[in-house]
Design a protein around this ligand. Structure first.
Ligand code: MLT
Length: 320
């Protein structure tokens, strides 16, 4: 009998799928504290997690039976992949399941930023009728720079074309033919910075991309650029972006992600008048959460019962 622990809140359909699988037992306490998790993981053969759980060497040391982690989502920055590999734990994700939700939220942020929708809402809710303060800009005819033209970046490009925007992108990993086929020229990063009216980030956090939006790169951008980040907070140097927002060099920013989540109350970007922010909601639709949860559950079933691994994120030595 294999035991699957789900310490994050995932959709009930994942639990149903696991419960219907012979040879698998499941406990899904959801949203548990770290200390409880460190005890509960003792008899787990697999974990299904979202971004709320940190799966690190300490956790693995308490989980002698652990063979697999399935991430119901894309990012595995909350998993210590090297430590998992060292223990022979396979880490798998569900990269396609929340693409559309994330692209739609990114686009929603871009529109909210352009038309001051949250600020206008708040102003009216507070009893004012202030039309002059919230004059916006159109997306049509503007150039959208997409940093990272993977699944999400491509879905955003399609939506931008429907809005009659020009699109350019930087992605060192994508074959140029793929970008050509969807009419998005791949350019050097400097050229994207120099030409973009809007810049949207869809890159992983690596040694090269951490803090890539900083005082130096902002200086290379157009005056009045607008920046959207629904990828990971660590891509942006928050203090330096805040300074550029205050000076007007950057006209606005829309953020769904933060270096630390939840962000501290004195976060330099939170509460600025030209910043729109949401609490990491891009993938939080019922549609995406069902898809990623069911996919993650199926990954775990296939691995535990049949030894089949898919969407592997770490070069694990698999020793079942
Ligand atoms: C992801 O990496 O899948 C998204 O950021 C959503 C999440 O972390 O829950």
């Amino acid at each position: 009998m294999f035991h699957v622990l789900i310490p994050d809140n995932v959709h009930q359909k994942a639990i149903d799928l696991l419960e219907a699988s012979e040879g698998i037992s499941v406990s899904a306490p959801g949203g548990i504290e770290r200390e409880t998790l460190l005890h509960s993981v003792a008899d787990a053969h697999a974990l299904i997690i979202r971004s709320g759980v940190t799966a690190d060497a300490e956790l693995f040391s308490r989980a002698p039976q652990l063979k697999a982690i399935a991430r119901a989502g894309v990012g595995v920055d909350n998993v210590d992949l090297a430590a998992a590999s060292a223990r022979g734990i396979v880490v798998m994700n569900t990269p396609g399941g929340n693409t559309i939700s994330t692209a739609e939220h990114t686009f929603g942020l871009m529109m909210a930023l352009s038309r001051h929708i949250p600020q206008g809402h708040q102003s009216l809710a507070e009893g004012r009728w202030d039309r002059k303060a919230f004059t916006g800009v159109e997306l049509k005819g503007k150039t959208l720079g997409i940093i990272g033209l993977g699944r999400i970046g491509q879905a955003i490009a399609a939506r931008a074309h429907a809005f009659e925007m020009s699109t350019i992108a930087h992605d060192p990993y994508l074959p140029p033919a793929v970008a050509e086929a969807i009419n998005v020229p791949l350019l050097d990063l400097d050229e994207v910075y120099a030409r973009a009216d809007y810049l949207t980030l869809h890159a992983l956090v690596t040694a090269e991309t951490r803090g890539m939006i900083n005082a130096d790169t902002i200086a290379a951008m157009k005056d009045g650029v607008r920046i959207i980040n629904a990828a990971r907070g660590a891509l942006i140097h928050s203090g330096q972006l805040a300074a550029a927002l205050k000076s007007g060099k950057v006209a606005g920013a829309a953020l769904d992600v933060y270096e630390q989540e939840p962000p501290p109350s004195d976060h330099p970007l939170i509460g600025l008048p030209n910043v729109v922010h949401t609490p990491h909601l891009a993938a939080s639709t019922s549609d995406a959460q069902i898809t990623v949860a069911v996919e993650a559950a199926q990954l775990v079933v296939d691995y535990l019962l049949e030894g089949k691994a898919a969407n592997v994120c770490n070069p694990a030595e698999i020793s079942r």
